[in-house]
Every structure is written in C-alpha cells, then in structure tokens.
Design a protein around this ligand. Structure first.
Ligand code: PRP
Length: 188
C-alpha cells in the first residue's frame, strides 16, 4: 500500500490491495489504446452500467482517443436471489437510439454473467451494428462459466470480496482509489 492509499478513510477494512492506483492506470491505458484502435472510425456509443462502473468508465473514456458518445443504464440488483433466478430489470434506460451503432458496454465486474447476458439480449433487439463488452474485472470462480465473454478485459480477480474503484459493499468503499479485498470480519 503506498502513502496515498494509506490515507484513504476505510482502508483499515481492507485485507490486501489487489490492484494499486498504478496498476489501474496501466490497465486503463492499455484498454483505451485497444478500444481506440478498434473504434477509431465508427463513433461508438459507450454505455456505463450504473453504479459500479462509473469510476472505471470515467477513466476509460478519457483513455480512448477517438470520437465517441456516452450514455448510461441502471439495472436492478436483487442480490443472490436474482442471480439464481436470472431476473434483471431496467431501472434507467438509454436516452440514445442505438440502431446501426457500434456499442461498447462498460462494466466494473463480470461475475455470473447474468447481468450482461440480459443486457446484450435486450440491446440486440434494438438493432445495433455491434455490441462488445469492456469489463474492468472478470471474477474467476471455480466451476462457474459465464455465458458472456468480454472482448476487452482489465484483469482477472479471484473469488474474493473485492471493493474500491467503484465496487461496493453495502454502498461503501466505492471511492477507494485502488481495488482491495475486504476483511471477512466486515461482512460476516
Ligand atoms: C455488479 C456489477 C455487475 C454485476 C455483475 O452490480 O456492477 O453489474 O454485479 O454480476 P453478474 O455477472 O453476476 O451479473 P451490482 O448489482 O452489485 O450493482 P452496482 O453496480 O450498483 O454495485
């Protein structure tokens, strides 16, 4: 943990840092270059999925040096019951028509893939030219295979309770500037 990270309130709840601010900067730069190369002529629409993705989204779009537009969606979170039922509900829809557009869905983390699987199907029905996913994190859970494969991935993380850089526990820790593993005593 570097000096700046040590000054962040709530850092005492963090067991270890998985990705430092420097690590994240490097990841965002690499992904931004990949996306700019692939979308430099198509004026893509980047869609942030609220709320967890906002921190990554804000950094990522500034690292993609090509013309683009942005929009936002919010989907319901029903907790573990929703994950098993696969039910997702749109709470805030796009303001932008996407027919014929190249779409990049930006997510903070892909876990079961239920959220993205639903979103892709929903957006496909609106007739875009293409849909790809840029996920900051992919959680590697033993025995779990997501139905969705992001083209752009920041990092793989183990099956641990990760917070910071937009990710929360009970709506806390989103403002930590690094990605950390939460101490088990905080949520048990
Ligand atoms: C998180 C994350 C994804 C989803 C991934 O959102 O931002 O949207 O879970 O999980 P899945 O792959 O198992 O579907 P969350 O419901 O925690 O809401 P938040 O973004 O507001 O934190």
């Amino acid at each position: 943990m570097d000096h700046d990270e040590g000054r962040v309130p709530s850092h005492e709840d963090i067991e270890c840092v998985l990705l430092s601010q420097a690590d994240i900067k490097g990841i965002v730069k690499r992904m931004g270059e990949e996306l700019a190369e692939d979308y430099r002529e198509s004026n893509p629409l980047f869609i942030a999925i609220l709320r967890g993705a906002v921190v990554f989204f804000a950094d990522l779009i500034r690292a993609v040096h090509c013309p683009m537009q942005i929009d936002f969606m919010a989907v319901s979170s029903y907790g573990s019951a929703a994950k098993s039922s696969g039910v997702v509900r749109i709470l805030k829809d796009l303001d932008t028509p996407i027919e014929g557009r190249d779409i990049v869905i930006v997510e903070d983390i892909l876990d079961t893939g239920i959220t993205l699987n639903y979103l892709i199907k929903n957006l496909e029905s609106r007739g875009p030219r293409s849909i790809e996913i840029a996920a900051f994190l992919v959680k590697d859970v033993p025995g779990q295979r997501s139905a969705v494969l992001p083209r752009y991935v920041g990092a793989h993380v183990p099956d641990a309770f990760v917070v910071g850089y937009g990710l929360d526990y009970d709506e806390r820790y989103r403002n930590l500037p690094y990605l950390g593993v939460l101490k088990p005593e905080v949520y048990s």
